[in-house]
Unconditional design. Structure first.
Length: 147
């Protein structure tokens, strides 16, 4: 069975982190489409095709990379909203954050996150993580169809 390439949605308020994540995905040869948003409110607007995203293709991403510490609505609040929404809850969410706090790890898993990864301090480390994410979530795991 041939796999349909999944789109990746990155929610991170730091423009440098968004740029580095995109470059790391490219460097690690993960060629899936990447869309980015800046906070939890924008993430939910994107997923629900609301506001400035009202006219976007309604196909859901196959994977969300989520920072925890963002303005307006942080990653924890966004994760809770995603996992409560019957249309969105099956989208795998990987927390990718600078936090290493045990409380953040526990809370994220309690809210239904699929994986928790602390951002590496080097670009090479980020490339390595993106390659592994790509291999696991795009090549190995069977995901439900997005619609």
């Amino acid at each position: 069975m041939e796999r349909t390439p999944i789109a990746i949605l990155l929610a991170d308020d730091d423009p440098d982190d968004r740029m580095m994540a995109a470059e790391a995905l490219e460097e690690s040869r993960v060629v899936n489409t990447l869309a980015t948003v800046e906070d939890g409110e924008e993430l939910l607007e994107y997923l629900r095709c609301e506001g400035r995203y009202a006219d976007r293709d309604p196909t859901l991403p196959g994977l969300i990379l989520l920072d925890l510490n963002m303005p307006r609505m942080d990653g924890r609040e966004a994760l809770a909203a995603i996992k409560k929404d019957p249309r969105l809850r099956r989208i795998p969410v990987v927390v990718l954050t600078t936090s290493r706090a045990e409380e953040d790890i526990i809370k994220s898993y309690d809210l239904g996150v699929n994986s928790f990864i602390s951002k590496p301090v080097t670009f090479d480390g980020l490339v390595s993580i993106m390659a592994e994410l790509g291999r696991y979530w795009i090549e190995i795991v069977e995901l439900p169809a997005t619609s």
